[in-house]
Ligand binder design. Structure first.
Ligand SMILES: Nc1ncnc2c1ncn2[C@@H]1O[C@H](COP(=O)(O)OP(=O)(O)OP(=O)(O)O)[C@@H](O)[C@H]1O
Ligand SMILES: [Mg+2]
Length: 502
């Protein structure tokens, strides 16, 4: 094929890590000014392929051609010089520097006296963000910006480096729907300017919103290519997993379980003068916390657990008032939280999968005061298998796993935990379609064993498909609690946007 519009071509790219063949003979062709989706299950090799393109990993075999010319990148700076910009799955900004300093890091603009020209850099950064239509506080350190703003800074930085090919590795996994829509507008604008993009996401509906063509990886090999207009979600899923997937959720018990109350929060007020909330959790039920991102769901959960200070709160566990001043106390009362940002809070990545799954959970495998290593191993291996962690074995270091597989390890830990009350914050974010179904099944199984779950989720289908009752949040308050047939997207959105859409 001699495609003059072709900007990038990967030919026969292979890569092995110790014990893992991550990529075998990958071909990929990207045209100028197209948005090209790169799809595949967790661990399929998407990020690895992009790191090879970015010079961070070296391919064992294969060629990289840019505009028909073979290139070799010894490091990321070589790739940048060739017009490639990558927004990594793990961000690479320096948290305590501001946006301007991050953008011009290592190549500060100088004035005619040879001194750093802060004003010129700030002006140039401001122009860049104006063009993108985003507002960024240029003086604030990066760590004080929202995730979306940090991402826009990353994009701004790549563009200021004159990127003609931009790689976005799961940019939307941590964005609100509004922010994602904004990102898509920016992507369309960049496409109109002739910038090519490679877009990675586990949200297949997004692919149909912004992408032109699609390439699918399965187990490190090419699984197929498609034009967006000529395919559909089911076909893509089949290409990714190699089989059809039941999209349906495990059946809900009917009538919905109304066991005894395992957790009662008759009132909680996070901040003086703020809204006062109340909710109960019954044995064996899944209670959803629905609402727009920023509506106060995570804050309430953290407040209940004692991870954040509440101005005023009363919590009863099995009918008895308890003090929950920190998560350790909560854990002692059988309440566990799977946090939203798992990378930072959940994992010790230098340690093995087994260790991370068994962490704060060894009590279950103790007999006569000793940890029963065999039982611990069996249980960790079983959980790891069920949530679909892709790794050579449970003694593999978590640091070498793909992003989604790391998340599965944290989920496995909490699914296997002795806690009777589990709070899951966005449990399936960044998780591939096949594993999602398995995780839903495991959650249902836990409730059948009498455990109770609070599920915070921004994905309406997940809330509707999984929850026995749903508390809908708006502006920090629970504005409605729905059950039965009133658990549907329409009613949830109506309550969630009661204060008007921002
Ligand atoms: N530094 C490394 N050392 C060892 N193995 C690695 C390393 N980096 C990646 N791998 C392995 O390579 C395979 C592909 O991982 P990769 O991160 O490319 O997946 P991915 O498609 O991006 O998945 P996800 O959707 O979860 O982000 C996985 O089996 C992973 O464990
Ligand atoms: Mg990845």
């Amino acid at each position: 094929m001699n495609d003059t519009a072709e900007m990038l071509r990967l030919e026969g790219v292979s890569k092995s890590f110790p014990g893992v063949k991550a990529l075998s003979g990958i071909d990929l062709s990207i045209r100028r000014g197209e948005v090209h989706a790169l799809l595949g299950e967790n661990g399929a090799g998407k990020s690895t392929l992009m790191k090879i393109l970015g010079g961070i990993h070296q391919a064992d075999e294969g060629r990289i051609l840019i505009e028909g010319e073979e290139r070799r990148f010894a490091g990321y700076s070589d790739a940048i010089a060739a017009g490639i910009g990558i927004i990594f799955q793990e961000f690479s900004l320096i948290p305590y520097l501001n946006a301007v300093e991050n953008i011009f890091l290592g190549r500060y603009l100088k004035n005619r006296f040879g001194l750093m020209d802060r004003a010129a850099m700030k002006r140039s950064a401001r122009e860049l963000f104006d063009e993108l239509g985003v507002r960024i506080d240029l003086d604030a350190p990066i760590c004080r910006l929202s995730v979306a703003q940090q991402q826009f800074v990353e994009i701004g930085k790549a563009l200021s480096l004159k990127a003609r090919l931009l790689v976005l590795d799961e940019p939307t996994a941590t964005l609100t729907p509004n922010e994602a829509a904004h990102l898509f507008n920016i992507m369309r604008e960049l496409r109109a300017r002739g910038v090519a993009m490679i877009f990675i996401s586990h949200h297949l509906d997004e692919i149909f919103e912004v992408c032109d063509r699609i390439s699918v990886l399965r187990d490190g090999a090419n699984a197929g290519h498609a034009e967006v207009g000529e395919t559909n979600v089911d076909a893509l899923v089949e290409m990714m997993v190699g089989r059809r997937i039941e999209h349906s959720f495990p059946p809900k018990p009917r009538p919905a379980p109304r066991g005894r109350k395992v957790l009662e929060v008759p009132h909680i007020q996070l901040a003086r003068g703020g809204p006062v909330n109340a909710f109960d959790l019954h044995e064996g039920e899944i209670l959803g916390f629905a609402g727009l991102v920023g509506s106060g769901r995570t804050e309430l959960a953290l407040g209940v657990m004692g991870a954040d200070r509440a101005h005023r709160k009363t919590v009863l566990r099995n009918g008895v008032p308890v003090r929950l001043d920190d998560p350790t106390q909560a854990l002692a009362h059988g309440i566990g939280l799977l946090p939203e940002s798992r990378k930072v809070e959940g994992l010790i990545t230098d340690f093995t999968i087994r260790f991370n799954i068994s962490l704060n959970n060894l009590g279950r495998h103790r007999s006569a005061g000793l940890v029963d290593r065999a039982s611990e191993e069996r249980s960790a291996a079983e959980l790891s298998r069920r949530v679909g962690v892709k790794a050579p074995g449970i003694e593999t270091r978590v640091a070498t796993l793909s992003g989604g597989n790391q998340q599965k390890v944290v989920i496995a830990r909490w699914l296997g935990h002795a806690c009777e009350v589990l709070i899951f914050d966005e449990p399936t974010r960044g998780i591939d379609v096949g594993a999602k179904a398995e995780i839903y099944g495991l959650m249902r199984e836990l409730t059948r064993q009498g455990k109770s779950i609070v599920m915070i989720s921004s994905e309406l289908p997940e809330i509707v498909g999984m929850c026995d009752r749903v508390a809908v949040f708006s502006g920090g308050a629970i504005v409605a609690t729905l059950e039965g047939d009133s658990i549907n997207s329409g009613d949830i959105m109506r309550h969630a946007t009661r204060g008007g859409l921002q």
